[in-house]
Design a protein around this ligand. Structure first.
Ligand code: IPE
Ligand code: IPE
Ligand code: MG
Length: 251
């Protein structure tokens, strides 16, 4: 245990706090495989994955990350068996109830990316309550992408824009890549600097398509599934990011 603490501290010490990624997105993948490896039902993996959510939120906040987006449920995840979806939503409700006061005290502002109108009453109401309770907090913004899809979000943005256009609030000429970003779920937030995906899948799976245009991508090894993703893995991803040279198309 002591050695583990020492290793974590050593990793934190190496992080340059002046060049942290402002916005980190995490595709929390591998819960099902984690459970399968242990001959457990998939929802045990989701449950254990939530424990990592709590830990990673805490350590992101501790080192000073300003925006953290966690991909919790995609627009495509409705294809899963009803029992898994219901289990996932129950786990979500349980953790909101358990953790909301702490998030609030830590000054974390919770936001939801995605269309929650499709959720059942209990999860939808719990999520709304959490957003409402933390809306005036000024610390880290924690976005939970829930019933979220990047393509879906772009259509949502276009519809929002068309509404403003019809109402005469904006003209066609006002539309550019900057102004359009304010029609998305991430309105007012900076683009993503770093995307982290554990469990070895090398794909984006419809995550934040507009906001990751120039993000750095970090894929953890396939033996590190989301429920295995601990503080030290998070710091390793940030250290890797800090070794990169971001050109943004320049030279
Ligand atoms: C990620 O883990 C959680 C969600 C998508 C809700 P998975 O459930 O996708 O786990 P694997 O990829 O099947 O192992
Ligand atoms: C992406 O994981 C969605 C979330 C982490 C919520 P999936 O497991 O659904 O993605 P694919 O199916 O492997 O692309
Ligand atoms: Mg998966």
């Amino acid at each position: 245990m002591k050695d583990k603490e020492y290793e974590k501290d050593k990793l934190i010490d190496k992080i340059d706090l002046d060049s942290l990624p402002t916005h980190i997105g995490i595709i929390m993948d591998g819960n099902g495989r984690w459970a399968k490896k242990r001959n457990l039902p998939r929802n045990f993996g989701h449950q254990e994955g939530m424990e990592r959510v709590i830990e990673i939120v805490e350590c992101a906040d501790k080192i000073g990350i300003k925006y953290l987006t966690l991909y919790a449920f995609s627009t495509e995840n409705w294809k899963r068996p009803q029992s898994e979806i219901e289990g996932l939503m129950k786990i979500l409700v349980f953790y909101i109830r358990r953790e909301l006061d702490k998030l609030y005290k830590n000054n974390v502002k919770l936001d939801i990316l995605g269309d929650i109108s499709r959720l059942a009453d209990t999860p939808r109401n719990e999520v709304k309550r959490a957003v409402e309770k933390t809306k005036n907090n000024t610390g880290m913004t924690l976005n939970i992408a829930l019933n979220y899809g990047g393509r879906d979000e772009i259509i949502y943005g276009i519809k929002n824009f068309l509404n403003d256009l019809e109402m005469g609030k904006i003209t066609k000429d006002d539309l550019n890549t900057e102004t359009f970003s304010n029609y998305l779920y991430t309105k007012g937030q900076p683009d993503v600097d770093l995307v982290i995906r554990p469990s070895g899948e090398l794909r984006i799976s419809n995550f934040l398509l507009y906001q990751i245009a120039y993000a750095e991508l970090y894929f953890a090894d396939s033996d590190i599934l989301w429920p295995d993703f601990k503080e030290e893995h998070f710091y390793k991803a940030i250290l890797d990011y800090q070794k990169r040279y971001r050109r943004f198309g320049g030279i």
